[in-house]
Design a protein around this ligand. Structure first.
Ligand code: HEM
Length: 463
């Protein structure tokens, strides 16, 4: 009898000896990993078990289980599934906040959280590195609503990259373009400027873009837990020797961040010797260097993080209610980072009547949850920003674009600012119109993150 059957949990059919159910996700080229879960949910119901190679994953859409796992029983679910390329979350030096767990995660989160507060974001005007999924209707609607303010108070880095992007867009105005390329460059530009010591805009000249193909043989086997860690390390070492390979670019990127931090420390020491006082932080590096964990309130990870995400107020940007509704609705229809909504059980427990064993992971089927007519109403499949204007249009736990609980996305506010500033600047200059290839449906691709291959539009210069 298989593991899930012994555990009395419905098991998805079609398991293979080596990859478990993983091969089923990648056999269907038309559907991304997280959307494929929707097919399983239709056939097997709200909660079922799959295998990712040797790893056991419970997929669920049960709001009570989600609330227990992600929020109430955080002490039993404080980690994510170990990433084979990152390694042991307790020991490996390269483990960052996303994959850290326990005390290590708490420390990293506490260090980073102050940088993401409203006050600091206003000061520095920061960004994220995700893609926007903006439909034509959104653009049209925004133009019609005419709620763009005449002045937008945000820091110059953000504004500067947005304006650089608009300059580039000027060159292709009135022609059909794939606007996704511009948003990609824009978000990467900001992240390099605010956290890697890059001093000027480098859109379309950024050497750090690379696509990771998780579906090729080696990564897939590694994610299934079938490749021993020494072989993964060996592959890293070989990759590092191949110029412009993914590993080579990745290592150059981390090296650049390290050097930028060292240079800043040196610059601060030199300034101090010369009697120059430390000014306002200019970017993330300054903020992290200034952060002191022992000065942070000692409330425990959960309450601390919840407090941090509960009060979004961006002054002027905060007044753009329709724009915010558009962003929320876009991420409801397209929860692009849904694969991150998972936790590993670190202590056997029972959550809303479901026994969960140590070592099992729990993942939400976020796409199904976001389109569930029982939760969102009969128009759940339609794009309706208005649903966000006067009320919270869903039961608690049904909206998870940024996850839930103490490990909820730390960059959420940043993402909001990023999107609002970019759209404000674009819409001031252009009307967004359909081109011959705009198309009805987005062609979504990707594994860990989902993105459209094209968002073809024409930016028509406004009179
Ligand atoms: C539209 C933009 C974004 C989306 C949809 C998104 C989504 C997510 C999701 C779903 C998670 C997992 C949450 C969970 O497990 O409960 C996450 C975690 C995280 N995100 Fe984001 N994110 C976005 C932007 C950003 C930005 C701009 C940053 C930082 C610059 C960022 C940094 C992180 C980090 C560090 C974590 C791990 C937090 C932890 O484990 O404590 N994200 N994000």
């Amino acid at each position: 009898m298989s593991y899930w059957k012994r555990r009395n949990i419905i098991e998805v059919e079609g398991k293979s000896l080596f990859t478990g159910h993983y091969h089923l996700f990648f056999a269907d080229k038309e559907k991304t990993f997280t959307r494929k879960l929707g097919d399983f949910t239709k056939s097997y119901g709200k909660t079922y078990g799959i295998y990712q190679g040797l790893n056991k994953i419970i997929v669920t859409n049960d709001l009570d289980i989600i609330s227990e796992v992600f929020v109430k029983q955080f002490e039993n679910f404080h980690g994510r599934q170990v990433n084979p390329f990152v390694g042991d979350p307790e020991k490996e030096k390269m483990v960052h906040m996303f994959f850290a767990r326990g005390a290590r995660w708490k420390r990293l989160r506490a260090l980073a959280s102050p940088a993401f507060t409203n006050a600091n974001l206003k000061k520095v005007g920061l960004w994220g590195n995700r893609y926007f999924y903006i439909l034509n209707e959104v653009f049209y609607k925004l133009c019609q609503i005419n709620e763009l303010p005449s002045t937008i108070q945000i820091h110059e880095t953000v504004e500067d990259s947005a304006l650089e992007m608009v300059k580039l867009l000027d060159k292709v105005a009135d022609k059909e373009i794939n606007i996704r390329d511009y948003f990609n460059e824009y978000t990467m530009d900001i992240i390099c400027r605010v956290s890697m010591g890059q001093t000027e805009s480098k859109m379309f000249k950024n050497p750090y873009f690379f696509d990771v193909d998780y579906t090729s043989f080696f990564p897939m086997m590694a994610y299934c837990g079938l490749i021993p860690s020494f072989l993964i390390k060996l592959s890293f070492m070989i990759g590092a020797m191949i110029p412009n390979s993914e590993v080579d670019i990745f290592l150059k990127l981390t090296d650049k961040i390290g050097k930028a931090v060292e240079a800043r420390i040196k610059q601060r020491e030199d300034d101090e010797k010369r009697g120059i006082e430390k000014g306002e932080p200019s970017d993330f590096i300054d903020m992290f260097l200034d952060a002191k964990v022992d000065e942070l309130p000692d409330e425990g990870g959960e309450e601390y993080s919840r407090a941090n995400v509960s009060s979004i107020d961006y002054d002027t940007l905060g007044r753009l209610k329709y724009l915010e509704a558009v962003f929320k609705e876009t991420l409801r229809v397209y929860p692009l980072a849904a694969s991150a909504n998972a936790r590993e059980c670190t202590r056997t427990t029972t959550a809303a009547g479901l026994r969960i064993e140590k070592g099992e992971s729990v993942m939400t089927d976020t796409w199904t949850l976001h389109h569930d007519k029982n939760l969102w109403g009969p128009d759940a499949d339609e794009f309706v920003p208005e649903r966000w204007l006067n009320k919270i249009p869903h039961p608690q736990g049904a909206y998870l674009p940024f996850g839930a609980g103490p490990r909820m996305c730390i960059g959420m506010r940043l993402a909001y600012i990023e999107e609002k500033v970019a759209l404000c600047h674009i819409l001031r200059k252009y009307d967004i119109a359909e081109g011959p290839n705009t198309g009805e449906e987005l062609n979504l691709r990707g594994t860990a993150l989902v993105h459209p291959t094209h968002v073809k539009v024409i930016l028509k210069t406004r009179n």
